[in-house]
Design a protein. Sequence first.
Length: 269
Amino acid sequence: MAKPVRTGTRAGTRRSRSAGLAAITGFPATGPMVSAFPLGDYLAGTFGAFGAMAALRARDASGQGQVVDVSLYEPLLRILESVVVRYDQTGQKKPRLGNQMEEDVPRNIYPTADGGYIAISCGSQRIFEDLMAAIERPELKKDPRFASMALRVANRDAVDSAVKEWAARQPTGGALQQLVAHHVVAGKVNDIESVLADAHIIAREAVVAVADPALGSMRMPAPVPKLSATPGAVRWAGREPGADNQYVFGELLGLDGASIETLQRRNII
């Protein structure tokens, strides 16, 4: 009989660990920022699930199980690979630039005239030229300060100010329409109310309604990714502790009713 794959969590040490993400996040004048949601927890869960699937595949081939060991900080460190390599090879640290990127200019979030925000990202010369056409500043395409990405990086404040001044005079919808018409990589910064009302999100069924015995109907994100042959589904919002004891300990692990009752009586499960 094949050995099972062991999954789970380990108790952390008393000293917390950091991957360094906060140090490069935020604005220069205000210092580091952390995520507004538990990014490390969710990312560790994703990496852990991937590890479990890889381990199960290896078990199918070898008949041997193994431990899947994932910490909270390591997945964050994994997605910061370029920061690690850069410091190792050059001794340079990635600067904290707020919503801008060190290597792409202009790339920022711009306030609009009606209180909204537009995110714009120019990762190529073509997109930059399209953006200058969209904001009706065609003369800047020939400005020697902005003739290449390297030059725009060196003069980021000047080109960023031009885009900022244009966006401040535009309503959000009108600005976005003009940018899209010129093939600029741009998008509206949506709050959760706008997200749930978005026609594309509704059509994709990215959010689904789930029946909960205590709360009634509640909306939750749908499973990601979407699989064509074996699509996932949200079956419940949350289960009461012990709701699946019979299935897990009885059907999966093969314990009889008396053994399960003993574990429950001893407050083990």
